[in-house]
Design a protein around this ligand. Sequence first.
Ligand code: SF4
Ligand code: SF4
Length: 96
Amino acid sequence: MMATATKLRTREDVLQVARAATKSYVSTAVTIQINDAWCKGCTICVEFCPKDVLVMNRLDKVEVKSLEACTKCMRCEQLCPDFAIVVFGEPGKSKS
Ligand code: SF4
Ligand code: SF4
């Protein structure tokens, strides 16, 4: 039986997929980026967000529903097991 050749993905291939799958929510105070390719829909970030900023969509991917309520506590970013959500903005500052 002939072995099937598997194409190895380069680091640039992986980054390209990640960039294409990233959604950005931007305000003057905070930016939240969510990578749909890495989000497995575990809902941890939604459940632990103290301000009810996040929500799951019909595809079981997380979305931002109220960016203005985000306090940049970073809990979602720190608890996500898949590094799929990133928050930019200094905690405690109203503007980043
Ligand atoms: S914690 Fe991470 S993997 Fe889980 S739903 Fe949130 S962004 Fe997706
Ligand atoms: S940084 Fe804090 S307030 Fe903002 S979305 Fe994440 S958990 Fe919610």
